[in-house]
Design a binder for this molecule. Structure first.
Ligand code: ZN
Length: 143
């Protein structure tokens, strides 16, 4: 049985791209729909664009500065899948649980990410080379 404190589902898949404008056009053709949101996250040095595909989302990420994590990723690995994001109900509790399990959490204090989320990342060296993002929806005034 799944604990309440666990990862609920894949929320989105993050893809690092060199040119967000060009990739937006490519993904519009590919997915047959338009991006529903573009957003810059200054603190992370990224510009993002989101696509919905059924219950899932794709996040395109372009670096806006040379020291952005995306710029470093592109330099090392080139364009491609950058991270997999999992939705959680309680990100603080989930970070504590994963730390206790021996995973390295890159930011132990959740930070504000794109698309109205609190986010935290796990170091890929403890997760078979995959960058995991945890994300919790920030309640909005209408909720
Ligand atoms: Zn993401």
């Amino acid at each position: 049985m799944l604990d309440k404190m666990s990862m609920k589902k894949i929320e989105h898949i993050g893809i690092a791209v060199k040119d967000l404008k060009a990739s937006n056009i490519l993904f519009e053709k590919l997915l047959g729909r338009q991006s529903y949101k573009e957003e810059e996250v200054k603190s992370e040095g990224v510009k993002t664009s989101f696509f919905k595909t059924g219950p899932n989302k794709i996040e395109l990420l372009e670096a806006t500065s040379v020291d952005s994590p995306i710029a470093k990723f592109l330099e090392k690995k080139g364009e491609g899948v950058h991270h997999i994001a999992f939705a959680v109900d309680d990100i603080v509790a989930e970070i504590a649980r994963l730390k206790e399990e021996g995973f390295i959490v890159l930011n132990e204090k959740p930070k504000k990410g794109a698309d109205n989320k609190l986010v935290a990342f796990l170091h890929p060296k403890t997760t078979n080379g995959v960058l995991f993002e945890l994300c919790q929806e920030i309640p909005t005034a209408e909720d």
